[in-house]
Design a protein around this ligand. Structure first.
Ligand code: 3HC
Length: 318
């Protein structure tokens, strides 16, 4: 029976490993709170990848050319793979995928709020690739250095594919912004509707963040929400200028002293309304996910039966 002195010693050694930049692996001792925080973040990251397929999937049958359709299909398939990597990483912490998915479908786990916004035009597909995947890259490059081994290694693979996602989105925006007046108007409208929700992907301000302090101490996070958001804001200004579009933030100003752009405030009421279930598409996204999961039950049953037939333990397949 471990005494509290034993626990303290284990925690001290664990934190020393974190300070020494040693990766924590699945079989290593870790504080229960570290494990819980990781299961929460990694599973929500996985949910985001999977739910994120829906908005773009809405345009698969309406892509303007066979090439655009093939590129979009390839991107969406990548997102599914990212979700599977991340569920696998979360499962190394001891929670089966079936439980993670049940939590999502019961509304007990989150996914990135931006996927509760509708895709109304082809410009939205461009804006999602450019801005949403662009924001995800800023966040995920940082997460390549996260202290948990399986998560860090999954990020390395995901970042390589994410770069293609961002480029294909920006290529769509270039075609629209340098096209007809109607196409330019479409690009501006998509930028206006997706810019601020993309900034929300980095989470609330550090001072309001429930998890950041611990996540930084454990090096789950290597940079704070606000620092990563600032990086994204800074990189997006010249991209918007190159497109010849108007910046959606009228408060955007270069600050020579800070060497960053000062910017307007995010509508946090909108953020919390969306993450608490009151976005445009929350219900639709969940209904679709539940329907697809139920329709896929036969695949899981077939895998389980095949495993049993080959002498494996009858395991539930998520
Ligand atoms: N959408 C939904 N919920 C969000 C959110 C967002 N954009 N930002 C924060 N939240 C939630 C948090 O999950 C937390 O709620 P919880 O306690 O119920 O989990 C609460 O708001 C407080 O936020 P914190 O900043 O305290 O939470 P974190 O420390 O977890 O930081 C985060 C939030 C920066 C999103 C962090 O979880 C993270 O880095 N996650 C991994 C990256 C990720 O999930 N990105 C989305 C990828 S989507 C994608 O890549 C698909 C693309 O390819 C199309």
């Amino acid at each position: 029976m471990k005494t509290s002195a034993d626990e303290q010693e284990l925690e001290r050694r664990f934190q020393q490993r974190i300070e020494d930049e040693q990766k924590i692996e699945p079989k290593d001792w870790m504080p229960a709170a570290y494990r819980k925080n990781l299961i929460r973040q990694i599973s929500q990251h996985a949910h985001s990848e999977v739910i994120g397929m829906q908005p773009e999937g809405n345009f698969l049958t309406r892509a303007p050319s066979l090439r655009r359709k093939a590129v979009l299909l390839s991107k969406i398939q990548d997102e599914a793979g990212h979700g599977l990597y991340l569920y696998s990483a979360a499962e190394t912490l001891g929670t089966p995928r079936s439980e993670l998915i049940a939590a999502l479908q019961a509304g007990e786990a989150k996914y990135a709020s931006i996927f509760n916004y509708p895709t109304q035009t082809w410009g939205d597909v461009g804006a999602i690739g450019w801005l949403v995947d662009g924001a995800a890259i800023v966040n995920q490059i940082s997460l390549q250095r996260t202290s948990y081994g399986p998560y860090a290694r999954g990020m390395v693979r995901i970042c390589k594919e994410e770069s293609f996602h961002q480029r294909q989105g920006y290529e769509i925006m270039i075609a629209l912004a340098h096209g007809s007046a109607e196409q330019r108007e479409m690009a501006q409208d998509s930028l206006n509707r997706f810019y601020w929700p993309a900034l929300m992907m980095f989470g609330p301000h550090d001072r309001e963040s429930a998890h950041s302090a611990r996540s930084m101490q454990w090096k789950i996070k290597r940079e704070t929400n606000d620092d990563l958001r600032q990086k994204f804001i800074d990189q997006t200004v010249p991209q918007i200028a190159f497109l010849g579009l108007e910046h959606p933030d009228s408060g955007i100003r270069w600050n020579e002293e800070r060497q960053h752009y000062d910017h307007g405030e995010i509508d946090w009421n909108e953020f919390y309304a969306v993450i608490n279930g009151n976005g445009h598409c929350n219900r639709q996204r969940m209904e679709h996910h539940i329907r697809a999961h139920e329709e896929g039950a036969w695949v899981r049953d077939a895998i389980a039966a095949h495993r049993e037939k080959r002498g494996g333990r009858k395991q539930q397949v998520a």
